[in-house]
Design a binder for this molecule. Structure first.
Ligand code: ASP
Length: 247
């Protein structure tokens, strides 16, 4: 698991990777930001830091669920790496003991989502923050690090906005997607949704990812070029909205 967090106005950040026993990686990322002299800790060093901070650790088995074992089996059979919402090539025909290959937990695999969670917030003084936490891609190589713990790629917050990305990490890293939204706002003077649309169109390979964003004016935006993106929005006056497909 891996995660990162960034506080926009103060430009403080923390990130962790390679965790196997830390129950809440995003809270450890926050502790890296608040209580360590560094921005990013990984593998055994990150777990040692968690122990020093008397952080909640669990046996690795805690994270192993029947659903994910099933998905991993399917991914291995199809010799593919899975990310959100895609039916991997060859999957339709593969045989498996875990439900139908096209269904998992009663959901079609095309809307099966992994555990990446992103959160962007803005307070009543226009201060933005962003955080992202993930187990990464299903059937990834050992040692693979994605975009989620990388400040500027999967997570970014500055004076103007906060951004969190989801999707194929390699494409998000190539596009430095989260920072790019802030950069086009800063340097091209675009509004939040315009900046999101520009970045999804111009900086991201087709069908790969999506992102959520807030601005220091309290605007909320999202964009994606994969089939769907699970998302929700809540404001202090009680407005709430959820979505999966295009707006
Ligand atoms: N972006 C994550 C990664 O590549 C996966 C995800 O968002 O679902 O590790």
């Amino acid at each position: 698991m891996e995660a990162s967090i960034m506080d926009g106005p103060q430009r403080r950040c923390g990130a962790v990777s390679g965790l196997t026993t830390v129950k809440n990686p995003i809270s450890l990322a926050r502790l890296v930001m608040d209580k360590s002299p560094h921005s990013y800790l990984a593998f055994s060093g990150a777990e040692d830091f968690a122990r020093q901070q008397v952080f909640e650790l669990v046996e690795n088995e805690y994270f192993i669920t029947e659903e994910n074992v099933g998905m991993l089996k399917l991914a291995k059979e199809a010799n593919t790496i899975l990310f959100d919402y895609r039916i991997p090539l060859g999957m339709e025909s593969c045989s498996s003991g875990v439900e139908s290959p096209l269904h998992m937990n009663g959901l079609p695999i095309s809307v099966y989502a992994p555990e990446t969670v992103g959160c962007v917030v803005v307070d009543n003084q226009g201060r933005c923050a962003a955080a992202t936490s993930t187990g990464g891609l299903m059937n990834k190589m050992t040692g693979r690090i994605g975009d989620s713990p990388l400040i500027g790629a999967g997570t970014y917050a500055g004076d103007l906005c906060g951004v969190s990305c989801t999707g194929e990490g390699e494409a998000i890293i190539r596009g430095t997607l989260a920072r790019e939204v802030a950069a086009v706002m800063e340097y091209k003077g675009l509004g939040l949704q315009e900046a999101v649309d520009f970045v999804i169109k111009e900086r991201l390979d087709d069908g790969k990812a999506g992102l959520i964003a807030v601005s220091n004016k309290g605007e909320v935006a999202c964009g994606f070029n994969c089939t769907g993106m699970f998302r929700g929005c809540a404001t202090e006056d009680g407005f709430m909205e959820v979505g999966i497909w295009e707006q």
